[in-house]
Design a protein around this ligand. Structure first.
Ligand code: FES
Ligand SMILES: [Fe+2]
Length: 370
């Protein structure tokens, strides 16, 4: 570990009160060694969303993905259990599940045909006679801690994420989200966006307490009550919510109704955005120090034909907001690389969530370089 990385991490003071606090320093958004440290200590050390439960209901259904740079597969067993594994064949390390999602009776490696049960146990090793000191039972897929909350399947690669369990990790978010009855919403469509910015720029933008809404999202601003926008921080999560008002922008008002909008963030990279009858989740995944992917999953209370136009209109409104965010995030990334910028200040009324994010990051990164 280069001494410069240590001092870079320690240069952020997490104890300064919000009124005087600085953001994390600009090099945290541009330094590849910090990105690598985050991969191991942050993404590899926390509960990470890996799949949706609605695609893993039946025996043999699986989802293959990447978490913290690691190939992962989650599969529903014949006994009804959901299990996560490293998607790495114990023979010569090929990916055993090659499609992003699917259905199978067993997980057969495409390389030399080693076949694993849905419980991960190695069952078949073709043409392997003559091997000595080879105990099949020692060559199952390597398991990963897996747990479910609402429609979201999480994995913890470290096996020791804070909180002791997924529920412990999530804390109050579990009881606070329950009244929204997310189970009434059905998955409709996924869209993925690639941004030329560090993943934290996107999270910072999300956690600025509505600060950017009146300037950047003029149409969205017509339905949110900006002055009453609320920010609540607890544990590893932030709730931002805003009373809704009758908007002048008809397109937006038609698909952003109800009493209030709720925006949940779970450290480090998962968001749930809820309006009456409508939800989208965002999963932010680093691709490089200056590039990330944001996966949007859109849900609605009604997937019937009569709701199709409403659902499409809602996605269009969401997409417009997303493009406004993408442009500003990419501008921020360019600015963070400028010699003119070292760190910024936080608006006390708005940016408490952002400070919580920076403090949690600092805690994980400083523990990793001790
Ligand atoms: S790498 Fe999987 S069977 Fe050889
Ligand atoms: Fe935004």
């Amino acid at each position: 570990m280069a001494e410069t990385i240590k001092s870079l991490i320690h240069s952020y003071d997490a104890d300064v009160p919000l009124e005087q606090a600085l953001t994390i320093p600009a090099p945290w958004y541009t330094n590849a060694e910090i990105a690598e440290l985050e991969r191991r200590a942050v993404f590899g050390g926390t509960w990470q969303v890996a799949a949706r439960l609605d695609e893993l209901r039946e025996t043999g259904q699986y989802v293959a993905t990447t978490v913290a740079g690691e190939p992962i597969v989650v599969v529903r067993g014949a006994d009804g259990m959901l299990r996560g594994f490293y998607n790495v064949c114990r023979h010569h390390a090929a990916a055993v599940a090659t499609d992003a999602a699917g259905h199978c009776d067993a997980l057969r490696c495409p390389y030399h045909g080693w076949t694993y049960g849905l419980d991960g146990a190695l069952r078949v090793t073709p043409d392997f006679d003559g091997a000595r000191d080879f105990d099949k039972s020692q060559y199952g897929l390597v398991p990963v801690k897996t747990a479910v909350w609402e429609n979201f399947v999480f994995v913890d690669l470290s096996g020791s994420a804070a909180g002791g369990s997924l529920e412990g990790y999530l804390g109050d978010v579990v009881s606070r989200v329950a009244p929204l009855k997310l189970e009434k919403l059905r998955f409709f469509e996924r869209r993925s966006y690639t941004l030329n910015c560090n993943w934290k720029v996107y999270v910072d933008n999300y956690l600025d307490g509505g600060y950017h809404v009146p300037y950047l999202h003029k149409s969205l601003n017509t339905v949110l009550d900006y002055k009453d926008y609320q920010i609540e921080c607890f544990g590893r999560t932030v709730l931002q919510w805003s009373p809704m008002k009758a908007g002048k922008d008809e397109k937006t008002a038609a698909v952003r109704r109800g009493e209030a909008a709720y925006y949940w963030w779970v450290y480090p990279n998962f968001m749930i955005n809820w309006y009456e009858g409508i939800m989208d989740t965002n999963l932010v995944r680093p691709l490089a120090v200056d590039r990330c992917e944001v996966i949007f999953d859109f849900y609605f209370d009604d997937l019937g034909d009569s709701a199709e136009a409403r659902n499409r209109a809602s996605i269009a409104v969401g997409e417009r907001v997303q493009h406004e965010d993408i442009d500003i995030c990419e501008a921020v990334q360019r600015g963070l690389g400028s010699r003119a910028y070292v760190a910024g200040r936080l608006a006390p009324r708005r940016e408490a969530g952002e400070q919580l994010f920076h403090r949690l990051l600092h805690r994980d990164l400083s523990a990793a370089v001790k």
